[in-house]
Design a binder for this molecule. Sequence first.
Ligand code: HEM
Length: 223
Amino acid sequence: MSNTRETASATAADTAPGAPSSSAPCGIMQRLRERTSGIHAETERLPLMAALLDPGVTPADYARYLAALHGVYASVEPALYAALSPTVVTRLGVRPKLPALQRDIAALGLSPCLPPSGRPPRAVVDGEAAVLGGLYVLEGATLGGRVIATRLQRTLGPEMGLPLSFLNFHGAEAGAAWRRFSAAMTDLCLQARAQDDAVAAGAVAVFEAVHRALREAGAGAQG
Ligand code: HEM
């Protein structure tokens, strides 16, 4: 999986200087990828994530994954959207993913519950720049989500009718949605270049919240 991400970076680095930002995921996107690559790799290695990609995956693993992410999305996503103007949200081409997550959880016959610790996940994301970084994580998760969805379909079988509206959030439009998001992020951050550090800090804070939730959910399963 990491190779796929490295290939994406190489493609960005090969882009000709001066190319329009809509086709050049450089600048802030490159920086975000670099700043989060360590925690992304650590997250992929978590027992629950490894279980999802293992041939022995069970529907219970998938349910635990959705429940863990629900904790983060329910506590973080509404605050991120509330902090952005409708104009910026439209430019980014994003919409909340929480309803899809809740649909899938309900389709599995579950109701969202608190994590084993009993505390909802927290991420400190202050200011519009940090909020953009946080959205980068929630939106970028759709890229890996497609990889996980394809694997689950293969291992558990399409006949299980697994609800995948969260993992397959943008469906066939995933690539186009990510390009649009990347271009808008690049333009928005170019307008306020001094805030790149704040954007990256927001991304790291949200990624750490996701990581903690998935680690805790995996530990809960083992114990
Ligand atoms: C087993 C778990 C995961 C796998 C296998 C995985 C895999 C991937 C892959 C293959 C990509 C690159 C896609 C492409 O370039 O077309 C990617 C990108 C990304 N993933 Fe994951 N991912 C996983 C979990 C997560 C989680 C839990 C999050 C955060 C909630 C996340 C956030 C991101 C972000 C932000 C990107 C965009 C990176 C960029 O700037 O290019 N991933 N992931």
